[in-house]
Design a protein around this ligand. Structure first.
Ligand SMILES: [Zn+2]
Ligand SMILES: [Zn+2]
Length: 286
């Protein structure tokens, strides 16, 4: 496909792609060399495994890239047989544009996970949240079947990505409690189906999921994967923070359909094993 040369000051259109990653177009050596300092990090990561189907963007969170969350999720993905490309986000020019270009040009990525949205570096987050090309690409990529998975402390700080998909998800409470997988009820065929397909997502029984999580409110019932119930209360080692009522209808994991794909939000901040497994199951296509 002939697209614009990635060097923004060039203006040519070209069918030529970077020979190493094949995810970004350059009209020639000159443009490639000019952009190389901004491209090399991503380029090498993309080229590393040409069969990877999951793009993991790590490093927005307060701990930076390579934290325990990335470790837990990567282990779970590998366990689920999902090949992953990890991009350690860095401050640099054109990063969201490059990610958009890669999703556009390479059709092998079927899932994209962002870790730490809303809790770390404002510069990187703002660059992604306000980038029109990234926004447009991620919306059309999900519509065509992509699975966009976001973990973080604030879904709508510096931009409002749920809104990109017509989701009115808003930030609610933040606590550790038992959440319940509504799919456990066979009266809800949408989630019952998911739950049966994803058998093994939960290590404990009864559809319970205990995590310290940022909760969402305003989530459609059919988008609630793990939600609170009327008798949910906080759990904490600190006595004063224990046993507090949690408002009904809040949601620790939202997972909604959009076009042929899906968008998910994980409020868990501790990389609980169950969370990582559920992410890997969604990334693997269930
Ligand atoms: Zn050029
Ligand atoms: Zn490249």
């Amino acid at each position: 496909m002939t697209v614009k040369c990635f060097n923004p000051s060039c203006g040519n259109t070209t069918p030529l792609r970077c020979s190493r990653c094949k995810g970004v177009n350059f009209c020639g050596k000159e443009c490639q060399e000019k952009i190389w300092p901004s491209h090399k990090h991503l380029c090498k990561a993309i080229a590393k495994d040409p069969n990877a189907t999951c793009l993991l963007l790590d490093g927005m969170g307060c701990l930076g890239p390579g934290g325990f969350y990335a470790e837990g999720v990567t282990d779970a993905l590998v366990g689920a047989g999902v090949k992953v490309t990890t991009i350690n986000l860095y401050k640099g020019d054109y990063l969201p544009d490059q990610v958009a270009s890669v999703l556009n040009e390479l059709d092998r990525y079927t899932s994209c996970i962002i870790l730490g949205w809303g809790s770390g570096d404002a510069e990187i987050e703002t660059a992604f949240a306000n980038n029109e090309k990234f926004k447009k690409t991620i919306i059309s990529w999900v519509r065509k079947g992509g699975r966009f998975i976001v973990q973080g402390e604030r879904p709508k700080v510096r931009g409002n990505w749920p809104k990109w998909f017509g989701k009115e998800w808003k930030q609610g409470d933040y606590c550790r409690t038992d959440y319940f997988c509504f799919a456990n009820s066979d009266s809800d065929p949408h989630w019952a189906n998911w739950y049966h397909q994803a058998k093994g997502a939960l290590t404990n029984t009864n559809g319970r999921y205990n995590a310290k999580a940022v909760l969402l409110k305003n989530v459609d019932v059919e988008d609630v994967l793990f939600g609170t119930t009327e008798d949910s209360s906080t759990y904490s080692l600190v006595p004063q923070m224990r046993g507090r009522d949690v408002e009904e209808g809040q949601c620790a994991v939202a997972h909604g359909k959009y076009g042929d794909g899906s968008v998910s939000f994980f409020g868990d901040v501790n990389a609980e094993q169950e969370t990582c497994r559920i992410m890997s199951i969604i990334a693997s296509g269930h």
